[in-house]
Design a protein around this ligand. Structure first.
Ligand SMILES: *Cc1c(COP(=O)(O)O)cnc(C)c1O
Length: 378
């Protein structure tokens, strides 16, 4: 996953993750920390360890194998936190691991439910699970039309114990889409009513980070928060920007300047000669490129780095291991200095949402991809 000998360095501030968790706890009632995909590129074990110190005792991962890895880590620390597996079992091999590691899978199809019931009967052991409902995301989950059959099957398979009910919001971070969110909330409430009527007492969770920060009406008993833990504001740039204030980005990415040289007026730079100097310039060549997941699509989008505390615009195409930036107005820039690609100190720090917008993506993808590089914890 990582190319350890590349120069790019991902610095993770676990104190920021902890402070973001505290902020989320002050807004929600019971936060399940979503640390899937290697904690959005911040490191599964490191983030879980930091959050455990804040008293977090419920985590959500993506795959069963990720859950098993987290369980091994937590057990070694003497912790027996709950671990939700958001994708649920996918391969046949996944099923026995749920019991072995005490994982709570989200179960959203009859296929999964039957396989789980068969495994439970084979082992003669019960398993706690969360029923996953589709209320508008249309990815995974039982629909309202499945309820009658689902309740029948649950009554017939007492070893498969629904202790939770989950659904996922599609538009919680878009203030203009509140109607859609309310529709999802209504369907979820209807489902919870049907479960309660059938005698199933569950811990319900619907809210993601944006739901925690912006929609108290969908908080239910617990909330599954991911992106805000890492300090990105789900409402960045929207009318509700202020709701994510106080979150601190935990990831900083930097690399070395390899060379600084003149680029005389009229000369072009990098592959395809797509950029030509309109004045006499100085450029810094930095050791980062698309092989480090510093995307080639940052080319020509007004993207910037931070050099000696000042903004340096990218010039020319992003290459495999090198990128050029304009340091004409940054006389301090020297080979061997750091160039900061994400984060940095002071008011000019590059915010995750800013890098994401140049990149044509969202902060989630920026974290997941850049986080695949060598990480250090500070
Ligand atoms: C990733 C994920 C979350 C967390 O969403 P954020 O927007 O990162 O807070 C919550 N629930 C499910 C099912 C997810 O897949």
């Amino acid at each position: 996953m990582t190319i350890a000998y590349n120069k790019i360095e991902v610095r993770i501030r676990l104190a920021a993750v902890r402070s973001n968790y505290r902020l989320l706890c002050s807004r929600g009632s019971s936060i399940i920390a979503v640390i899937k995909a290697d904690a959005y590129g911040h490191g599964l074990a490191e983030v879980a360890g930091a959050l455990a110190k804040e008293g977090c005792n419920a985590f959500a991962v993506g795959t069963v194998e990720e859950g098993a890895a987290l369980r091994r880590f937590l057990s070694a620390k003497g912790l027996n936190s709950r671990i939700l597996v958001l994708l649920g079992p996918i391969d046949p091999d996944d099923y026995p691991l749920l019991w072995e590691h005490g994982l709570i899978p989200l179960i959203g199809s009859f296929r999964q439910l039957e396989a789980l019931a068969r495994q439970a009967a084979r082992m003669g052991k019960a398993l706690d699970m969360s029923l996953k409902f589709d209320t508008g995301m249309a990815r995974l989950g039982f629909g309202t039309g499945d309820l009658a059959r689902l309740l029948d099957r649950l009554r017939e398979a007492p070893l498969v114990r629904p202790v939770m009910a989950s659904s996922h919001l599609a538009t919680a971070d878009q203030p203009e889409s509140v109607e859609y969110l309310l529709g999802q909330a209504e369907r979820f409430a209807f489902i919870l009513g049907a479960l309660a009527k059938a005698g199933f007492v569950v811990e319900a969770n619907l809210a993601n980070s944006a739901g925690v920060l912006g929609h108290p009406s969908v908080h239910h008993q617990s909330q599954r928060a991911g992106i805000a833990l890492y300090g990105a504001n789900p409402f960045a740039g929207s009318a509700w920007d202020h709701l994510g204030r106080g979150l601190t980005p935990a990831m900083e990415v930097r690399t070395r300047i390899v060379s600084v040289h003149a680029l005389p007026k009229g000369c072009s730079i990098s592959y395809g000669c797509t950029y030509t100097a309109e004045r006499d310039m100085r450029v810094a060549i930095v050791a980062a490129g698309y092989a480090d997941a510093y995307s080639r699509s940052l080319t020509g989008r007004g993207a910037q780095m931070l050099v000696a505390g000042r903004r340096a615009p990218l010039v020319g195409r992003v290459c495999m291991q090198l990128t050029a930036c304009d340091v004409t107005d940054i006389p301090d820039a020297r080979p061997g200095d750091w160039a900061v690609l994400l984060g940095g100190d002071g008011p000019l720090a590059i915010r995750p949402e800013e890098l994401a917008s140049w990149w044509g993506t969202i902060s989630y993808e920026v974290f997941c991809l850049l986080g695949m590089n060598r990480r250090v914890y500070i």
